[in-house]
Design a protein around this ligand. Sequence first.
Ligand SMILES: [Zn+2]
Length: 198
Amino acid sequence: MMHWPGDPPVKITRVLDIGHGDSHNLSQLTMGSHSGTHLDAPLHFIQGALSVDRMPLDAVIGPARVLEIEDKESVKPQELGHYHIGRGERILLKTLNSSRVWRLPAFTEDFVFITKEAAEMLAELKPALVGIDYLSVGGYRRGGSEVHRALLGNGIWILEGLDLSPVEPGDYDLICLPLRIENGDGAPARAVLRKVMK
Ligand SMILES: [Zn+2]
């Protein structure tokens, strides 16, 4: 499974196997806490800040908006400004990443990311959650730390590694529960969108 360069790889080993005469199947999992779809807790970038086990469930369960970002390089304030993001909203950014990066066999460095300026704008708007469709909200070579700090330092939880390729932009209910890892800086999560019936 593809992962952020330098992070521990995902390894799943069947240590007990009915096929080999054991009474049951059981696996050992080894992975970084930011593998696949995962939540970033403020503690990821800010020492002493909230850990994933202290996340308010409101951050990841409830109405969410999927916004389509057309800019091929990055999420910029101008495009984000069209959407009038409000305080406490759950915002998922569908970029060109969704149709491209998950189909590639290796990690991609030139994924669409949130610029420092757009992160500062979000820090003022204060949505409850910002999600993006690759492994980081910040760029690979620039702005990674600043973007994380701008969001996590302003009470915005981050959901990374989303695959929004089958999802149309619009209104949904988000159901997403990261593993409740004690003092965790982040945790893998299953994220599900349910269409809002009108
Ligand atoms: Zn992360």
